[in-house]
Design a protein around this ligand. Structure first.
Ligand code: SF4
Ligand code: SF4
Length: 208
């Protein structure tokens, strides 16, 4: 092509683009649904009667390549029960400044307590607010559920829960008094110390 025709050819590209369908997205006014299996914010699931599926085993934290999860397990008692078995997750935190949403933690979870939602709006102004606590990650209550702590379904064992034999809270189930749960206002674990340009991971996480 002769050299003088180059500018004309360039305008030709512009001209053709003017009639193409625009791809501009009007986010955040218009939000497009994600793919069904999109990896978004995590959720800690419940059994159908409201007891928590998390057993505080920390496998998710060990599987995480970004050291984004912090778990502290504790023992259930008959007076204060959060899950059907022996242990439950007393403290559970996910640091979304570190999380790369890879889903390895979900694969590692033996009880399907941990899954991922399609929620992708994970931005905020402070480090602390991006460390999600158990209270923020725990699934909401659906019909037939009672909030934890509460007693195990009468006559059922932990295995029965996983066999799907418990489909709702037993009639008369009431919430027990919570003494040892993580207070809702407990600050995220070592949030301020955990991050910074050259700072190492917090002791609690790096000592795992
Ligand atoms: S999705 Fe990946 S990076 Fe995020 S908490 Fe789970 S294992 Fe860690
Ligand atoms: S979410 Fe699953 S893997 Fe993580 S501590 Fe709870 S039961 Fe264990």
């Amino acid at each position: 092509m002769p050299e003088f025709e180059n500018p004309v050819a360039g305008f030709g590209v512009t001209f053709k683009a003017m009639f193409k369908k625009r791809l501009t997205e009007q986010y955040p006014e218009e939000k497009k649904p994600t793919a069904p299996r999109f990896h978004g914010r995590h959720q800690l699931n419940r059994h159908p009667d409201g007891l928590e599926k998390c057993v505080g085993c920390e496998l998710c934290a060990w599987a995480c390549p970004a050291d984004a999860i912090y778990v502290e397990g504790a023992d259930n008692t008959d007076e204060e029960r959060y899950s059907p078995g022996e242990r439950y997750g007393r403290v559970y935190q996910i640091n979304y400044l570190r999380c790369i949403l890879c889903g390895l933690c979900v694969e590692a979870c033996p009880t399907r307590a941990l899954t991922m939602t399609n929620e992708y709006e994970l931005a905020d102004r402070t480090r602390e607010s991006l460390i999600y606590t158990k209270e923020e990650l725990l699934a909401g209550l659906e019909e037939g559920m009672v909030d934890t702590p509460h007693a195990i379904f009468p006559g059922m064992t932990e295995k029965d829960y996983y066999r799907g034999l418990v489909t709702e809270a037993a009639p008369g189930t009431v919430r027990q008094e919570a003494h040892s749960e993580n207070p809702k206002n407990e600050p995220p674990q070592a949030a301020a110390d955990t991050f910074g340009p050259d700072e190492p991971a917090s002791e609690a996480v790096s000592e795992k």
